[in-house]
Design a protein around this ligand. Structure first.
Ligand code: ZN
Ligand code: ZN
Length: 316
């Protein structure tokens, strides 16, 4: 709630006129309690989760396979419309029950962290700098949490749920054990706790985080994806490999950037197979999709013979 009775009072307090964004924010939030502004987060999350994966889901379901296969990371794996719908319903329910519940109890922490709702609004430069910090903090903490989730206990008790999708789709990005959804909320909140921001930046940060997760789980690798221009950005191919290997994966733990995996040497398997097996696998898989399924099974069998841990079941 903004502590000014009118826009004129806000302008007098700031010693300048309001920008159009500040005037709009004043009109929108002046009479709204801070807690309600904070609760926008869960609404934004559900809207983003519903809409962002939809275009690629429709493309995969409706477009001819010959059109989409060149861009699919695992062209042979295709889910039915019922499987897409089941994934959406299960994950939406999970988000409402976990993130929604977390939303109810986390407001005091948000206030303590110093997330503000008033005026002035942050500048574009301030917002961008804060978002970069949040991305780096989450990426680093998330990397280590993800590694812990790949210990035997962590995987068997919690992380195996997220890996049920060996060939991920956008709708499966937040699909996980409820405990994992809550645990991964901490690295996401750590950035704003260290560098407090305005509530608009806070909501934008969670929006970006969900869009990024949907992108890396999309199952598609388009050459014209604008994220390819972000330095050190892992992207869909990077994280798809982690799902592809599954339980035994010791590669590609970072969620956004490739820096941590490079620093700690957990990208060696990926780099090796990106340079050797994977392009060939994809090329062969696409060819055999159209002409010769039997040959594809032979390729899968030979890959499993060469490297059984990395090709456990996805190609059978
Ligand atoms: Zn994992
Ligand atoms: Zn994942």
């Amino acid at each position: 709630m903004i502590p000014y009775a009118s826009a004129a009072a806000a302008e007098a307090a700031l010693g300048r006129g309001l920008t159009w964004a500040e005037a709009a924010w004043f009109r929108y939030s002046a009479a709204t309690p801070d807690y309600c502004l904070y609760c926008h987060n869960i609404v934004i999350l559900l809207v983003v989760y519903t809409l962002a994966p939809l275009p690629l889901a429709l493309l995969e379901l409706l477009a001819p396979a010959t059109l989409t296969s060149p861009y699919k990371l695992q062209p042979r794996v295709r889910l039915s419309p019922a499987a897409f719908l089941r994934c959406y319903k299960d994950t939406a329910r999970l988000l409402i029950l976990t993130v929604g519940a977390l939303q109810l109890v986390s407001y005091p922490a948000v206030k303590m962290a110093g997330i503000r709702t008033g005026l002035p609004l942050p500048s574009l430069g301030e917002t961008a700098a804060q978002l970069v910090v949040y991305l780096l903090v989450e990426d680093y903490l998330g990397y280590w949490i993800h590694r812990l989730l790949h210990t035997e206990w962590g995987y068997n008790k919690i992380h195996h749920v997220h890996h049920q999708y060996a060939a991920p789709i956008g709708f499966a990005a937040p699909y996980a054990h409820w405990a994992e959804v809550i645990i991964l909320g901490f690295p996401a909140f750590a950035g704003p706790a260290i560098v407090p921001c305005h509530i608009t930046t806070f909501c934008l940060w969670f929006l970006i985080r969900h869009v990024e997760a949907i992108d890396t789980h999309s199952g598609f690798d388009f050459p014209f994806n604008p994220t390819k221009f972000i330095p050190f950005y892992g992207g869909a191919q990077y994280h798809d490999y982690h799902h592809y290997v599954g339980r035994h994966s010791q590669s590609n733990f970072a969620s956004v950037f490739t820096i941590c995996d490079y620093m700690y040497g957990t990208d060696k398997g990926y780099r090796y197979h990106k340079a050797s097996s994977l392009p060939k696998l994809k090329k062969d898989t696409m060819a055999t999709d159209a002409f010769n399924i039997g040959k594809q099974d032979k390729i899968a069998a030979s890959l499993r013979l060469c490297w059984p841990e990395a090709f456990p079941s996805i190609l059978v």
